[in-house]
Ligand binder design. Structure first.
Ligand code: F6R
Length: 250
């Protein structure tokens, strides 16, 4: 299997291991390009990277970042936009120059043009490591089930289950945007390496399905079996169902 699985006891250790993984690239490469995700999963990773920057005085000045996605219809200053999330959770605490931070512009007047522009930037810089979370329905980025594996950055309609899962961040479920710009599966697959993080029982079913090895567009994360270099850092709860099934087979 092209997928390395690192099993850790809990969210805290997942975040620490993920930070060590990225730190290695940050130290080794002269101009590392990191693909970043939002949501609950990578928050601890960002906290770890902030703490390393502040306590060990490690600079991220040479790092470039590309975020996976952004809602359409929220201004960048809206607290629920992914611009605001990233600023708050990571960027304002570290020294990555603003000119090296890329997030799709969900306010663009011509969204199709924005998608092409973003994809061209990804091609120009090349992503060294793409960090991914996984949706309970198997989405990566906002590539919902049945998104063609061939799609590049595009405008997508969020699955109702995704809107429900993300409603926890909004004051009312109706406020969750219906559309987003997301890097496509083909954009994600261009990255030299992929680091997928999963924590908690809520992700156990998706992780089991991912590790089953069946590749199908109705489960977007399964495409990772076609990538040459994938590391999954998952905690005991996220791996619980997979382990139980493996033990049943033994
Ligand atoms: C976030 C993203 C999504 C999330 C996924 C899991 O930029 O693209 O694919 O990674 O929805 O979200 P959490 O981590 O909140 O469970």
């Amino acid at each position: 299997m092209n997928i390395t699985i690192i099993r850790v006891p809990d969210y805290e250790s997942m975040s620490r291991q993920a930070a060590d993984f990225l730190l290695k690239k940050i130290r080794e490469l002269s101009s590392p390009v990191l693909g970043l995700a939002t949501g609950s999963t990578p928050k601890g990773l960002y906290e770890q990277l902030i703490s390393i920057h502040q306590t060990q005085k490690i600079s991220y000045r040479h790092v470039t970042t590309f975020n996976l996605d952004e809602y359409i219809g929220l201004t960048a200053s809206d607290p629920n936009s992914y611009h605001a999330f990233m600023e708050d959770a990571f960027f304002r605490h570290v020294d990555i120059p603003a000119s090296q931070i890329y997030i799709p512009n969900g306010e663009a007047a011509y969204l199709e043009h924005e998608c092409t522009r973003y994809e061209a930037l990804i091609d120009k810089k090349g992503i060294d490591v793409q960090v991914l979370g996984i949706g309970q329905n198997g989405h990566i980025g906002f590539n919902e089930p049945d998104t063609p594996f061939s799609q590049l950055t595009h405008v997508t309609t969020l699955a109702e289950s995704t809107r429900e899962a993300n409603a926890r961040f909004f004051s009312s479920p109706e406020d969750v945007p219906k559309q987003a710009i997301t890097m496509g599966i083909a954009s994600i697959m261009k990255s030299s390496e992929i680091l997928l993080l999963a924590s908690g029982a809520r992700k156990a079913e998706a992780v089991t399905r991912l590790l089953s090895g069946n590749v199908s567009e109705d489960f977007p994360a399964s495409v990772l079996h076609h990538h040459r270099c994938v590391t999954i850092i998952a905690d005991d709860e996220a791996l619980s169902e997979f382990t139980r099934k493996e033990e049943e087979h033994d």
